[in-house]
Design a protein around this ligand. Structure first.
Ligand SMILES: Nc1ncnc2c1ncn2[C@@H]1O[C@H](COP(=O)(O)OP(=O)(O)OP(=O)(O)O)[C@@H](O)[C@H]1O
Ligand SMILES: [Mg+2]
Length: 353
């Protein structure tokens, strides 16, 4: 089922939880909604489910405008972070719940329900646990049962709101791979909310980045990482530094000196030049942008250097191979493999949370 979200806005009183959000989700695609706390991820997911009304815009399921239809009519499967299973029901009965709750004309026969539950228990790799109660399961097992319960109704769309948020890092990693495998097998159109960028980049076909109720960018993990569309995406995903520059006639000016970066397409005015540490390459002094190494430290497989640039000694970070012969205090030239210039008044973030 293809989803089309068109110009959706949602206010709580005077507060805009979603502002003019448009995105298309292809049939069978797994899209992650990524953003800091309060950015509108859950609101958007609930709006897709029909758990939340929208003030403006439309949500299409396939060719049909579903904006005003009920949650039942939309036929979505939902898993929440703390979506408690029914404690007094065995695992198998939890999974069967949505099928048994249907009205008589659409309710499958009990033997069909039993067959379906067995199949789902195998899919989520808990074939032996149908007779247990939720209290007798680990957190990760419970979330797998919650997913089986969401899948039981054969949803048109699967919506997952931080389903692994409460679990420890290793279990999350395992479940992430497992969810991807299940997705390949079942092919549901899936929207997955997370504020963990690693989870989003690893799991999703495409990532939609939200900030303050606005869609900043939707793209493949490579697009989001290598070609951030806004200053917010630069700051929120991965590491980056920026230099406050002025653009004059297509030239980048830092502290009254023109940076040798070639012709920019940015408009004249105050701007910020954003660059990721891995896109900063060291050259001999005199080549490229001049700088001075002020700090070197080892981070995992690489070294990181703080490099001061310009009269005002602005600091940018570079990622260097550990064998590079360099010491603190060295004068260097810098080349930027990739960078982006945005006007200073573009929306940005300094403190993603
Ligand atoms: N029922 C409500 N009444 C008023 N404001 C609300 C309501 N629900 C959400 N909000 C506000 O809307 C904004 C978006 O909330 P939402 O739950 O969508 O964020 P989120 O991105 O899911 O955050 P988190 O990562 O913390 O779950 C927040 O500022 C929140 O305070
Ligand atoms: Mg949320």
């Amino acid at each position: 089922m293809e989803l089309k979200i068109r110009h959706v806005s949602k206010d709580y009183g005077t507060f805009a939880a979603l502002h003019d959000v448009s995105l298309d989700i292809r049939s069978g695609e797994l899209v992650a909604l990524l953003g800091p706390s309060g950015s509108g991820k859950t609101t958007l997911l609930r709006a897709i489910a029909g758990l939340e009304t929208i003030d403006e815009g439309q949500i299409f399921f396939g060719g049909t405008d579903a904006s005003r239809t009920s949650i039942q009519q939309r036929n979505v499967g939902f898993v929440f972070q703390h979506y408690a299973l029914f404690r007094h029901m065995k695992v198998a009965d939890n999974i069967a719940f949505g099928l048994r709750a249907r009205d008589r004309s659409r309710r499958p026969h009990e033997s069909e329900i039993a067959r379906k539950v067995k199949e789902l228990l195998e899919l989520v790799q808990l074939p032996e646990l149908g007779d247990r109660y939720p209290a007798q399961l680990s957190g990760g097992q419970r979330q797998r049962v919650a997913l089986a319960r969401a899948l039981a109704i054969e949803p048109q769309v699967l919506l997952l709101d931080e389903p692994f948020g409460a679990l420890d890092a290793q279990v999350r990693k395992d479940l992430r791979r497992w969810l991807r495998a299940i997705h390949e097998e079942t092919g549901h159109t899936t929207v997955f909310v997370t504020h963990d960028q690693e989870e989003a980049l690893e799991l999703a076909d495409r990532v939609a980045v939200l900030s303050k109720g606005e869609l900043q960018q939707i793209g493949t993990p490579d697009d989001i990482y290598d070609r951030p569309a806004t200053p917010f995406v630069y700051a929120f995903i991965g590491d980056s530094s920026f230099l406050p520059i002025e653009v004059r006639g297509g030239e980048a000016v830092l502290d009254r000196s023109v940076l040798p970066l070639g012709q920019l397409s940015a408009p004249d005015g105050q701007a910020r030049l954003h660059v990721r540490p891995q896109d900063v390459v060291l050259r001999p002094t005199g080549e490229g942008v001049s700088g001075r190494v002020t700090l070197l430290r080892r981070t995992g497989a690489f070294r990181r250097a703080d490099i001061e640039v310009g009269d005002a000694r602005r600091r940018i970070e570079a990622q260097l191979p550990p064998e590079l012969a360099i010491t603190e205090g060295d004068e260097v030239g810098l080349h930027f493999n990739r960078f982006a210039v945005f006007p200073s008044d573009a929306p940005h973030s300094t403190a993603p949370n």
